[in-house]
Write a protein that binds this ligand. Structure first.
Ligand code: ADP
Ligand code: MG
Length: 633
């Protein structure tokens, strides 16, 4: 082995550097597209051919003078920064001055350009390590970069390319990401068989998003626009009812720069909790802008990640913006009797009988946001719903110890006690002033009329008809209550401990489960081998059948096939507890019990869906009734 240190020749240095930024045809497209955007183009055309190894990008941007064009191919030659601190106030996508040099190191490049307002154009031809040729040439204003035979001199890299179709897919993904955040710029992508993408310049943002993501209805896109602590959050979120099976339709940008961010994705998922089915993902296009100095864009070779100086503030701003917007969207389904298909598009504010003026009901976000992550896990601000409704018709209060009269069933009061128990106390944790106002319509709660099929509560909500799925609604409330619990939960010992046997493979999982269960008020002790003894259940959920709950948990474990993180396990236990302890379909309810349920729903946060994302309520408006009875057309 030799120990002689040598300075590598430039062309080798360039090839090595190219390995970092230019890994596939899509990388070339990304860099050239970014340059065109930086040049202020309003139209950009991208053509790909020769199995994606020939790429041409044309723009109508500012173009380059002869001197600039000659420098453009030199490594670390850039017009975008002059000193390191410029990085903090950067307005362009590029700044390292290495893209063109890197491309020229692994492909044959020709640049044809004319600066705006200048008479003469320039052609630069660079092939391999030879000095680029510069000549005068006629050219339209703007820049036309042709890249041919990508990786002709790095065959190993070329071998790593996927099929041309897959590479083309990546090219389209790159252009889509940029096009989603720059609706002002027209872009086309043409492949060997014709146009693949074509969006006009100066397009309204929502239209651009809908056309690129193939969304049939603009109404499903909810706009985001908010500023909290100097963090501006703008963009669109798709109605979470129309979710996707993966995160590929989440487009995050920071200061107009497309980036990938697991944290933002996580925060988004948190904000949509309760509105989205498990294992489904919301669709979003979002731009987060922070003041200069708050973000470092120079942390990733292809600039796909950024680092915030104060990430928690940014994340809590995003979280609040999304949550507030979703609340405002009032996602309760209404019924369409015409086609017999339900649920229909979500009711708009105008359709809801308990419409509120969002400006009145929404506390100004900046006043309530702590600058850290506690905002994600802490219970919403507590407000007594009963108190806010207190000036209106008195509502039945259901004291925990005294079951309400139960006129509809001949069963003893025992059958209803669990419900009364679990309903009372929910408002301690689950409610917030906003959703309360939404259900409260001028202080008046929907009035229950009775039950249908021992499954649905029928209620009059002003002039409208409200149908509530008693199980789903109660489950949602319990879920909120349980999820918000902190500290040790009081438990009630069982007279006779329940013994549960678990399969051998699940013993480790069970042992992991025990502290989580204990925290939630269920104490389970190992009884040797595969046997466990349940000693107590939460004091306020005396009807919870611990054996069934554990069976659910073991089912989950089996279908999951692995042990999850503690937070996920807790969420799973809570979900299962809520389901097991909630009022069942088929259970008769007294009017007072229905009132109590409605009152608590009015106090709950995002109570329009159960934890699995199914609707808890459906609204049939007076207007819809009139139409059905042909009083109106
Ligand atoms: P960077 O974008 O990081 O500055 P590049 O190697 O991508 O580095 O480009 C080098 C320089 O060439 C840019 O700073 C810019 O001045 C010029 N340039 C590149 N592409 C274009 C274009 N399409 N229109 C105008 N100028 C361009
Ligand atoms: Mg660049």
């Amino acid at each position: 082995m030799t120990a002689t240190i040598r300075i590598l020749p430039d062309n080798l240095v360039n090839k090595i550097a190219a390995g970092e930024v230019i890994v596939r045809p899509a990388s070339v497209v990304k860099e050239l597209l970014e340059n065109a955007l930086d040049a202020g183009a309003s139209r950009i055309s991208i053509e790909v051919g020769n199995e994606c190894c020939d790429i041409r990008v044309r723009d109508d941007g500012c173009g380059m003078s002869r001197e600039d064009a000659q420098l453009a191919l030199v490594r670390h030659a850039t017009s975008k920064i002059t000193e390191f601190d410029d990085l903090w106030t950067l307005r362009t996508r590029g700044f390292r001055g290495e893209a063109l040099a890197s491309i020229a190191a692994v492909a044959r490049v020709q640049i044809l350009t004319r600066r705006r307002g200048e008479m003469a154009g320039t052609r630069i031809t660079a092939e391999g390590p030879a000095q680029p040729q510069v000549e005068a040439a006629g050219a339209p204003e703007g820049t036309d970069v042709r890249v041919r035979d990508l990786f002709f001199n790095t065959p190993a890299r070329r071998k790593f390319l996927k099929t041309p179709a897959a590479e083309l897919q990546q090219v389209l993904a790159v252009v889509t990401r940029q096009a989603l955040i720059r609706p002002d710029v027209g872009m086309t992508v043409t492949g060997e068989n014709g146009t693949l993408l074509d969006v006009p310049p100066a397009q309204p943002w929502a239209e651009r998003i809908a056309s690129l993501l193939g969304l049939p209805r603009l109404e499903d896109l909810f706009d985001l626009d908010n500023e909290i602590h100097g963090v501006r959050v703008r963009g669109y979120i798709l109605n979470p009812g129309i979710s996707r099976k993966d995160r590929r339709h989440q487009f995050f940008n920071v200061c107009g720069r497309p980036i990938a961010s697991r944290t933002l994705s996580y925060v988004l998922q948190e904000a949509c909790k309760g509105l989205i089915m498990v294992q489904r993902f919301p669709v979003v296009v979002m731009d987060v802008t922070v003041p200069p100095g708050e973000v470092d864009v120079n942390v990733h070779p292809t600039k796909e990640e950024v680092r915030f100086r104060r990430e928690p503030i940014v994340m809590s701003a995003v979280h609040h913006t999304v949550i507030e917007r979703l609340r405002m969207a009032n996602l309760m389904p209404t019924l369409d009797l015409g086609t017999g298909k339900a649920p229909l598009p979500p009711a708009t504010q105008e359709q809801l009988p308990w419409r509120v003026n969002p400006a009145d009901a929404w506390p100004k976000a900046s006043t309530t946001i702590p600058g850290d992550f506690t905002v994600f896990t802490g219970p919403p601000p507590a407000v007594s719903v009963a108190a806010s409704a207190g000036t209106q018709a008195p509502l039945p209060q259901a004291p925990p110890s005294q079951p309400a009269p139960h006129p509809q069933t001949s069963e003893g009061p025992c059958a209803v006690r669990p419900l009364q128990h679990s309903l009372s106390g929910i408002s301690e944790s689950g409610n917030d002033p906003v959703a309360a106002a939404v259900l409260l319509r001028a202080g008046e709660l929907p009035e229950p009329l009775g039950q249908v099929g021992l499954c649905y509560i029928v209620a009059r909500a002003g002039d409208d008809l409200l149908l509530i799925d008693q199980h789903a609604a109660h489950e949602r409330l319990l879920y909120l209550k349980l999820a918000a619990r902190t500290g040790k939960v009081p438990s009630q010992p069982l007279l006779i401990p329940v013994s549960v046997d678990v399969p051998a493979v699940a013993v480790a999982y069970m042992n992991r489960l025990l502290p989580v269960l204990a925290e939630l008020g269920i104490s389970v002790e190992p009884f040797g081998g595969q046997t466990y003894l349940v000693q107590s259940v939460p004091a306020d959920l005396p009807s919870l059948d611990p054996a069934l709950l554990l069976a659910d948990m073991l089912d989950d474990f089996e279908s999951l096939g692995r042990v999850e993180e503690v937070a996920a396990v807790r969420d799973r236990v809570v979900t299962r507890m809520a389901c097991r302890a909630a009022i069942k379909a088929g259970q008769p309810l007294s009017l007072d019990e229905m009132r109590a349920l409605i009152r608590d729903l009015a106090g709950a946060r995002l109570s329009f869906t159960c934890p699995h994302g199914r609707p808890t309520m459906i609204l049939l408006t007076r207007d819809q009734l009139d139409k059905q009875f042909k009083r109106k057309v």
